[in-house]
Design a protein around this ligand. Structure first.
Ligand SMILES: Cc1cc2nc3c(=O)[nH]c(=O)nc-3n(C[C@H](O)[C@H](O)[C@H](O)COP(=O)(O)OP(=O)(O)OC[C@H]3O[C@@H](n4cnc5c(N)ncnc54)[C@H](O)[C@@H]3O)c2cc1C
Length: 229
């Protein structure tokens, strides 16, 4: 595994970019757009870091890779050090970001691809869909249906789009494919046995739970992970 860069040893190019738009997607999550530096190229699934002195926070680029601006989907963590600053950003505010990096990119094989996200962990899968990925199964674990960001894009791109909603939802709110419960419970009770390419992104607890389940139920699968905390 590559060592994770720290502000002290990170020699990747940096750019100062201005905010071009902030749009709230739900009560706690927003999409923020930034100027795209000249020559800034990235692969679907890669991320950038915001850097401010010793503070550094990573966010996944949503794409499309040829869009004129950079777009990110960010959860506002109320007691967080950095996400509240981003949430209050005004058009024209400037931030320092790194060049894109990371290896959580789409690697296809003969096996069916299964994407599993919690919350804003949906971001790399939006990037994959924006880059033309189709025919995958996608489980999006959220607390309420209002957090099913990018639902239309993902519903169209996926073979099966399965919202997994953990808090009680009203009739019809999660659709016929929806599941009332967490992603690990859907996989353990509803998903057919087999060998898959799993891509997991979001909170570390989900990644631990689902990885254990894959070991137990889907042996022979490949697993790629991106932990957000
Ligand atoms: C590779 C990578 C990619 C990431 N991509 C994204 C992304 O696309 N979108 C995104 O929103 N975040 C993403 N994150 C998480 C992001 O980097 C920050 O950790 C997050 O925004 C919290 O930063 P903060 O400074 O506001 O909170 P901090 O000051 O770091 O944390 C404050 C408290 O909040 C808790 N906390 C941290 N994150 C969350 C969370 N998501 N939900 C609830 N509580 C939390 C912490 O455990 C801590 O107790 C990514 C992380 C990594 C490592």
């Amino acid at each position: 595994m590559m060592p994770r860069p720290t502000p002290a040893n990170d020699i990747r190019p940096r750019f100062v970019v201005a905010v071009t738009a902030v749009r709230w997607l739900s009560e706690g999550t927003f999409e923020i757009r930034l100027e795209r530096p000249v020559g800034f190229k990235f692969l679907p699934g890669q991320k950038i870091s915001f850097v401010d002195g010793a503070l550094r926070r990573d966010y996944t680029l949503l794409g499309p890779v040829d869009a004129p601006e950079l777009a990110l989907c960010v959860r506002h963590v109320p007691d967080g050090l950095f996400s509240p600053r981003l949430s209050r950003a005004r058009i024209g505010d400037r931030f320092q970001i790194t060049a894109p990096f990371g290896y959580f990119t789409l690697k296809t094989s003969g096996r069916p691809a299964v994407f599993v996200a919690t919350g804003t962990g949906i971001a790399p899968f939006v990037a994959f869909a924006n880059a033309g990925a189709r025919g995958f199964d996608l489980l999006h674990g959220v607390r309420t249906p209002a957090e099913l960001y990018y639902r239309d894009l993902l519903f169209t791109a996926a073979r099966r789009y399965i919202p997994c909603v953990s808090a009680a939802a009203g009739d019809g709110e999660i659709g016929p494919e929806g599941f009332a419960g967490r992603v690990d419970r859907f996989l353990s009770t509803q998903y057919p046995d087999g060998a898959y390419d799993f891509f997991l992104c979001g909170r570390i607890q989900m990644i631990r739970d689902v990885t254990r389940l894959i070991d137990a139920r889907f042996s022979g699968s490949r697993v790629f992970i991106e932990a957000y905390d």
